[in-house]
Write a protein that binds this ligand. Structure first.
Ligand code: RB5
Length: 146
């Protein structure tokens, strides 16, 4: 499995995505940009379905997604069985969703957090391990519907 980080946004998250890409590149991370590629209005499902599908199929382990609120992109990503996308606003939430939920996609609200905070969150997301233990059976139950 590739260690490449998949990244995508709509126009609401575009500027934040570009900043995160610049930071990833400067620290030598491999990434794949799923768009969008400018600030023109797009429909976030068109960007996020391909990215989430690639995580779902095991082509990569981690994704970072943004829209204005972080909600729309997370909703799309969470349609996929093997995706656990977490909408986070700070580094503590981000650490917790890796430790407890084994989140594999970080969703951020591009219109509500500043770039420095977002980059701190990305670094925490990449470097924090799932704790397993009592959290494992809970995570395994996420995909079970009634
Ligand atoms: C776009 O205006 C906005 O609706 C979108 O970025 C996102 O916040 C949707 O959830």
């Amino acid at each position: 499995m590739s260690e490449k980080i998949l990244i995508g946004s709509d126009h609401g998250g575009f500027l934040l995505k570009q900043y995160i890409i610049k930071q990833l590149a400067s620290e030598g991370y491999e990434y794949q940009d799923y768009g969008c590629y400018d600030q023109n209005s797009v429909d976030y499902p068109d960007i996020i379905h391909p990215l989430a599908s690639d995580i779902n199929n095991g082509k990569a382990k981690m994704g970072i997604i943004m829209c204005g609120s972080g909600n729309g992109v997370a909703m799309v990503a969470n349609k996929y069985k093997n995706v656990r996308a977490a909408l986070c606003w700070d580094a503590t939430q981000t650490a917790l969703t890796r430790q407890h939920n084994n989140a594999n996609i970080l969703s951020m609200p591009g219109r509500f957090i500043d770039f420095d905070r977002a980059w701190e969150m990305v670094k925490v997301f990449i470097s924090t391990e799932f704790e397993g233990g009592r959290h494992l059976q809970r995570v395994e139950k996420i995909g079970k519907t009634l």
